[in-house]
Ligand binder design. Structure first.
Ligand code: OXD
Ligand code: MN
Length: 589
């Protein structure tokens, strides 16, 4: 096969000259092609069949033990001007970056097949969608891309119609972390990734295209590419309102997107539009509309159980690729938090499980599954127009300080709230776990340009519409002095979303605090909720002194962005600082 798109044809030929594959395969995205890839991988050991009676069409992939998460220190934004990448990104000049990575691509596909993977991020017929082509030598990546994107003939046809596409070149190389780089060239709409076969490093449509290159395109075209789930909340009156929420990796986006309302809230329903990425566009009606550019979920397996996320658990019993989970004696997939009645026998590395050597499933083990398999999937997931967003929610994993929920005073203050997000690190990236770091808009690993310019872009929306979503901040992860979670989380989070949507409709009460309006305990629906009044009180209070210290930390962080910092953000910072100072002097007076 080949293509009528000259630029694509020429690029494939150029890559083939460099990488010297034995064969070239243009992917059509068909079922037969997928089956062929699965057979190939079952034959070469890339996949292991799971129990086909309990889990039809489910397979397990074990990645190299040194390739189990995104590697942020090996990820680069290669812009002509270093300032454009900003202090939030690693940077190498484009010429040097191309030379360095091309020398690793030289001859790397000898003996292998080069797959050309055309894909569309977003509904195939949506004007908001954008296409890309990934060239890869990994059949595992091709199979995952088929689940995660609209991949194959229809995407190629759109590329041939439209002309433009994002180029992504990927090879697993020798999987050595010493020869691993994930490089982005936003000015060339190009991605080059070598040395990893894992998740966001290798499935280039996801973080590399939909967020890093996407955020760059979004700024130049006037929209937003965000690390956000999209969820529809239907109230007992049958009205559905949509919320987009940004939390750092492995902080519960998938669980919130698939939330099951507690039995004590009859009549409520939740509709999943996306669990990781949202592309948001301002429409003529003045509202922000969101599409989910992905077609599947690449979710964290550990912690996914009947109590935490029954919708996810149930969608995983067929047509799923698992990566780095453990297996039971009868070859069923297993991970910590899945099912107490089953026991793991083989760990994620393929060795007999020994609890003394660590968890059975890798903490960042994953499932790849089509969104269509989720019981709560929204009927609007393929809507070319997307869904209108009523509320944007930011959040992090904070054992201390951040209350259960507060609202930003307005859009500009909301940008400060988003830019100030901090969270404890998780296993989704290599490095220490549990360390609080700044993760503005949950985009620290994913913003493809200077964060200060990105905040400026966010602020610019304030003048464009008076119907923008209201902005909130939540923290499901507060702990008491004994290290116990104070809020039950999961389905009960709907109580907080209910207050948020009532605020959007002008129906719920709040008290003003120096960090923004906050519900009183009586403003949250606590019918049959197992949380003591004292705990709720503590969850809904702020310590002005500690917030002052937090603000000083934020000041130090923002200062790194120097001249690029938008004045509007410093103005919001000052407003909050003065409000805290007043609250503090009232306390001590
Ligand atoms: C992800 C991540 O895989 O954020 O979604 O790491
Ligand atoms: Mn993510």
């Amino acid at each position: 096969m080949s293509t009528t798109n000259q630029a694509l044809q020429a690029w494939v030929e150029e890559v083939a000259r460099l990488t010297r594959p034995d064969r070239i395969h243009w992917c059509d995205g068909s079922e037969a092609e997928y089956r062929g890839l699965v057979e190939l991988m079952l034959g070469n050991g890339d996949l292991v069949a799971l129990n086909q009676e309990t889990h039809p069409n489910c397979y397990l992939h074990r990645s190299s033990p040194t390739d189990v998460a995104r590697t942020e220190h090996l990820t680069f934004i290669c812009t002509q001007d270093r300032e454009d990448a900003g202090p939030n990104n690693n940077w190498i000049a484009p010429d040097e970056a191309h030379a360095k990575i091309d020398s690793l691509f030289d001859g790397c596909m000898q003996g292998r097949t080069l797959y050309v993977v055309p894909y569309c991020m977003g509904p195939i017929d949506s004007p908001l969608s954008r296409c890309g082509v990934e060239i890869t030598d990994s059949p595992y990546v091709v199979a995952n891309m088929r689940i995660m994107t609209r991949m194959g003939a229809a995407a190629l046809a759109r590329i041939e119609r439209e002309g433009g596409f994002v180029k992504g070149l990927h090879s697993t190389g020798d999987l050595s972390p010493e020869r691993r780089f994930i490089m982005h060239f936003p000015e060339e709409l190009t991605i080059k990734s070598i040395g990893s076969g894992y998740g966001g490093n290798a499935l280039l449509g996801k973080k590399c295209h939909a967020l890093r290159i996407g955020s760059w395109q979004a700024r130049s075209e006037g929209w937003l590419a965000e690390h956000m789930l999209i969820v529809g909340i239907e109230n007992p009156q049958g009205e559905t309102h949509y919320v987009a929420a940004a939390f750092p990796s492995a902080c519960g986006k998938t669980n919130l997107a698939m939330l099951i309302p507690p039995a004590t809230m009859p009549g409520w329903k939740v509709w999943t539009v996306g669990d990781d990425i949202a592309w948001l566009h301002l429409r003529e009606d003045g509202r922000l509309w969101a599409i989910n550019p992905e077609a599947g979920f690449f979710g964290v397996a550990p912690g996914t159980g009947a109590k935490t996320n029954r919708n996810a658990l149930e969608m995983l019993d067929r047509d799923t690729i698992f990566t780095n989970v453990a297996v039971t004696a009868d070859q069923q997939p297993w991970w910590e938090g899945k099912n107490k009645d089953q026991t793991p026998v083989i760990d994620w590395k393929g060795n007999p499980f020994d609890a003394a050597k660590g968890p059975a499933a890798h903490p960042n083990s994953r499932f790849t599954v089509s969104a269509k398999q989720c019981a709560s999937v929204s009927p609007r997931i393929d809507d070319p127009a997307g869904v209108p967003i009523s509320a944007i929610v930011f959040g992090g994993r904070r054992a201390e300080l951040a209350p259960l929920v507060f609202q930003a005073r307005d859009w500009k203050h909301g940008v400060l709230v988003g830019a100030s997000v901090a969270s404890e690190t998780t296993a989704a990236a290599t490095g220490a776990v549990g360390v609080v770091r700044r993760d503005p808009m949950a985009m620290q690993p994913f913003c493809g340009y200077n964060f200060a310019d990105y905040w400026g872009h966010w602020l610019s929306f304030a003048d464009k519409s008076d119907k923008l979503p209201k902005i909130f901040h939540v923290n499901w992860f507060r702990q008491d002095a004994d290290g116990q979670f104070m809020w039950p989380g999961f389905g009960e989070n709907l109580r907080v979303l209910k207050w948020i949507l009532e605020r959007c409709a002008g129906q719920a009460e709040a008290v003003d605090t120096p960090i923004g309006p906050m519900p009183r305990a009586e403003d949250i629906d606590t019918a049959s909720l197992d949380v003591s009044p004292e705990t709720l009180e503590a969850l809904l209070s702020i310590d002005a002194g500690r917030w002052q210290a937090e603000l000083e930390d934020i000041r130090t962080y923002f200062a790194k962005y120097g001249e690029h910092m938008p004045r509007g953000l410093w103005e919001e910072f000052e407003r909050t600082r003065i409000a805290l100072e007043k609250a503090r002097s009232a306390e001590t007076a």
